[in-house]
Design a protein around this ligand. Structure first.
Ligand code: FAD
Ligand code: UDP
Length: 396
């Protein structure tokens, strides 16, 4: 994985054996790194992978902080999937640490499991219901909604307004800057309601963390002589100067087109990282704060995720905001419409393929992005997509 400078990349792209990179890939997160690895190792292509950040790994980047505690710079990333082939693919580059994610929410001075389960209901209401009784309890509170369209509809329909207000309304308003009634139903549908005692956040078949961290996994993935890596470099700085036959763009699609149809909304986050002078800060990796009077949405303590032993511990607070790095595409019908216009333009742009959470404006988890990149590779390998044509041209 040679890390190179801009000058080296320009020079390498203008002479043999490259005579222009086969692929310029923008964004060294899951999308860009997986497709880079496949094209280099699977098809022997010459690849230049760039990122405007000073590191690989995209939002999954992790590192040791000043105290020597492993943290995720961009908030907690837990790997979970039902797809064996995605586990098999990633397992070439990492070993795994079994980890089942559990989250508590601070509600009415209690710390209770979220997703809402039997323990949550019994604790909040001072009851000792059985699962069957809890089902009746929720059915009595649920307010049936005939057509479920929004993130408010989903929850009210399942558990009624009171629990919706305690757990979902404030959190969602903070997280998205929108009322749940203005967000697509897919957002809160990510969180189930349970009447048993299962307190796991995810129920996927595979739930685990890369044993030595995500960054280490990315380093191994990109360790190939055909992959050059150029960090701290925005696409704009190289778009004219580095010859390439095809571009795979994993940044925001609207930015690629200079926002010609207007901006696609993205929600951002500000992370406040702190090291605490004690071995443990909270009982689980993540504690959520749905109350709207608390300015942050959640606190993460990373040692629970990584299993690291250390006399100190590091945590982060998440403050959602509009400005800053684009983290979340905002699922709403009008945004989907705007994305469609960019997608139509993309379909007509020769030699450019958009990929990943920002490139395709999809609220994807990591495994879905890996799946999307592997599917693109399959199309390229089968000759159905984006095979580089004549050498030498700068394609974008
Ligand atoms: P990214 O990781 O965003 O990578 C895109 C890269 O492109 C970035 O590094 C960026 O710097 C670079 N880039 C953009 N534009 C340019 C440009 N013009 N020039 C150069 N470089 C550019 N998923 C899970 O499965 N489990 C989780 O627990 C989980 N937790 C999450 C928590 C948070 C706070 C967030 C924000 C996301 C979480 N996700 C989680 C989602 C996960 O982060 C994404 O699915 C995944 O990282 C997307 O990979 P990507 O390569 O598409 O995008
Ligand atoms: N959510 C909520 N309260 C919670 C947890 C989640 O209202 O305690 C809602 C919120 O709208 C959030 C969505 O459910 O954005 C999906 O939650 P998830 O944890 O999947 O979000 P992500 O991991 O993508 O930040």
């Amino acid at each position: 994985m040679p890390k190179i400078t801009l000058e080296q990349a320009i020079s390498a792209s203008s002479r043999a054996p490259h005579d222009g990179y086969d692929y310029l890939i923008v964004g060294a997160g899951f999308a860009g790194s997986v497709i880079a690895e496949r094209l280099a190792a699977g098809l022997g292509k010459q690849v230049l992978l760039i990122d405007r950040r000073e590191h690989i790994g995209g939002n999954a980047y992790d590192h040791l902080d000043d105290a020597g505690v492993m943290v995720h710079r961009y908030g907690p990333h837990i790997f979970h999937t039902n797809a064996q082939r995605i586990v098999d693919y990633l397992s070439q580059f990492t070993e795994w640490r079994p980890y089942e994610h559990r989250v508590l929410a601070r509600v009415d001075e209690h710390l209770v499991p979220i997703p809402i389960n039997l323990t949550t209901l019994n604790t909040l209401y001072g009851l000792s219901m059985t699962s069957e009784e809890a089902e009746v309890f929720l059915a009595e509170r649920a307010e049936p909604v005939s057509t479920i369209r929004t993130s408010e509809d989903v929850v009210i329909n399942q558990i009624g307004r009171e629990l919706y207000e305690k757990f979902f309304r404030g959190y969602t308003r903070k997280q998205w800057g929108l009322d749940p009634s203005d967000l697509d139903k897919s957002v809160t549908s990510r969180i189930p309601t349970r009447t048993n005692e299962d307190d796991r956040y995810f129920t996927d078949t595979f739930q685990m963390m890369p044993r030595e961290g995500y960054t280490h996994m990315f380093e191994r993935m990109l360790d190939h002589p055909n992959i050059d890596i150029l960090l701290d470099t925005d696409f704009k700085a190289v778009r004219e100067s580095i010859a390439h036959r095809h571009l795979i763009y994993c940044g925001p699609i609207d930015e690629y087109y200079d926002f010609r149809f207007g901006r696609l909304p993205y929600r951002s986050l500000r992370f406040q990282h702190e090291t605490v002078q004690q071995a443990e800060y909270q009982p689980v990796a993540v504690v959520n704060f749905p109350d709207q009077s608390v300015p942050y949405t959640r606190i993460t303590e990373y040692k629970h995720l990584t299993g690291q032993t250390h006399p100190l511990t590091s945590i982060s607070y998440e403050f959602p905001c509009d400005d800053g790095d684009p983290y979340y595409p905002v699922p709403r019908p009008e945004n989907a419409e705007l994305y469609k216009r960019y997608k139509a333009l993309a379909d007509e742009t020769a030699n450019v393929t958009f990929l990943g959470r920002l490139g395709t404006y999809k609220y994807y988890n990591m495994d879905q992005v890996v799946g999307q990149a592997l599917a693109l590779y399959q199309r390229i390998e089968d000759g159905h997509a984006v095979a580089p044509e004549a050498a030498g041209a700068t394609a974008s």
